[in-house]
Design a protein around this ligand. Structure first.
Ligand SMILES: C[S@@+](CC[C@H](N)C(=O)[O-])C[C@H]1O[C@@H](n2cnc3c(N)ncnc32)[C@H](O)[C@@H]1O
Length: 248
């Protein structure tokens, strides 16, 4: 499964891990099972794997969609092409239960642009409200933390993405205005849905330089992650109020 034409950006970063994910995932084998490599395949299993490998290579279908499962921040998720394959540096914040960003352990969190719900469905129970419809239209409360994982890919960048990404719903990736339209809308409106001491944490990924350039007068705080990833900023409700005019 080593091919230059394949992109490994949906849960693995190399062909060997990708092959394990596909084969063990489809056969329902525990990834920690050291004996599994000795297992003989029956004819039906061989045919199923061959068909899946062919779709992975010929159609660039992400392995997560072929297997129907993906892992994010230590939890397993059902996965199909109605939502993006879960992936985000925000996983590190989720694993740490948003510490130190959420002051009160009982604070309420809003997952804006929730998609498949991989952020909202994280065992945080009633603390998290998941919002997927038009930006903020359904939100009727104040939150202590808004986690936003919006689309932020420009049309131009989208057209150059590997085919694996084109197999995901474009609604989850593309944002107009050079990728900034939806992030700017979230920056503009979040303050209306945050408590006075609330915080917005938003991922804009590779659009970080464009957003920094657009808002170059603002003291944006970009978070650093131990497990890698970039393009995540944090702004307090007070800052969002103060700079609101600039998010137009
Ligand atoms: C980067 S994805 C988020 C992935 C998500 N964390 C998950 O686990 O699937 C962005 C999401 O924003 C949603 N979205 C797009 N336009 C939106 C809008 N106007 N209002 C709210 N959500 C929107 C997309 O449908 C997509 O699910």
């Amino acid at each position: 499964m080593d091919s230059d034409d394949l992109c490994y950006g949906h849960g693995t970063d190399n062909p060997l891990d990708e092959a394990f994910y596909l084969i063990y995932g489809l056969l329902g084998i525990d990834f920690a099972d050291e004996q599994a490599a000795q297992r003989e395949l029956n004819v039906g299993e061989e045919a199923m794997l061959e068909a899946a490998v062919k779709r992975r290579i010929d159609e660039s279908v992400p392995t997560a969609y072929l297997v129907g499962r993906a892992w994010f921040a230590g939890h397993e998720f059902f996965c199909d092409d109605r939502a993006l394959v879960p992936r985000s540096p925000l996983a590190e914040l989720i694993n740490g239960e948003f510490d130190p960003l959420l002051r009160e352990p009982t604070g309420k969190v809003l997952d804006m642009c929730t998609g498949g719900g991989s952020i909202a469905l994280h065992g945080l129970g009633s603390r998290v409200r998941a919002i997927q419809s038009d930006l903020f239209d359904d939100v009727d409360s104040r939150y202590d933390l808004i986690i936003a994982n919006p689309p932020y890919v420009s049309v131009q960048e989208y057209e150059g993405l590997p085919a694996e990404f084109i197999n995901e719903p474009s609604l989850g990736l593309i944002s107009a205005d050079n990728g900034l339209q939806i992030p700017l809308k979230i920056l503009q409106d979040s303050v209306d849905y945050l408590s006075a001491d609330g915080l917005l944490v938003m991922e804009v990924g590779y659009s970080q330089p464009q957003l920094s350039e657009r808002l170059r007068q603002l003291p944006l705080l970009w978070l650093e992650f131990e497990q890698g990833g970039e393009g995540v900023l944090a702004l307090t409700a007070r800052q969002l109020q103060q700079y609101r005019e600039q998010f137009n």
